[in-house]
Design a protein around this ligand. Sequence first.
Ligand code: URA
Length: 220
Amino acid sequence: MEDYDKREKLKEFFLKIKNCEECELSRSRTKFVFGSGNACASIMFVGEAPGKNEDLQGLPFVGQAGKLLDELLDSIGFDRSEVFIANILKCRPPGNRDPRIEEINICKGYLLEQIKIIDPKIICTLGKFSTQLLLNTDKGINTLRGKVFKIDGRIIMPINHPAAVLYAPSRMEILKQDFKKIKRLIDSDGEMPACEEDVLNLESETTGDEQNKDEQLGLF
Ligand code: URA
């Protein structure tokens, strides 16, 4: 799709869903948080759900975690206007509780459509929820972070959620190293990973039990 078409399509999609009332969260939200950035970005970051600041401003990652994300992007020479940042849920769960499966199942279609329109070469999943959703697994983030997966011709690289790192500063160095790896992936144009042996086939790693559970959760 041409760049102009991507922008128009994304705008059109925003207008179509911005008044969504598909779940309870629409009643408590201040603003719908669609996501922000470049519709033609080759890299997309996917978080969990808007927090208090995001809900007030209608923009993703504008609180403390967002400040850290901006710094990490800056460390690899990027500004947030060059990437696209979105969440699984577009509305804030009250009190910043974890997203519920039923909320994820209702809202995930919006994220998948955003991915389809933007068509990034690399998706960086921030934390457990977006990682498990986009990799269709129930493996934990500590097992998956820093690894590179190729799914439908797209690279997916899970990293720790910046908010989680703010709570556990000992993980900051790992996050910084993961950003360096993201930079190497970008420099290789998303065509090949920094280290070939890092490309994992999740299916061959996923056990039957996990697959069953994922099916029950209705992820994808
Ligand atoms: N955490 C998220 O996952 N998303 C945001 O937009 C802000 C904090």
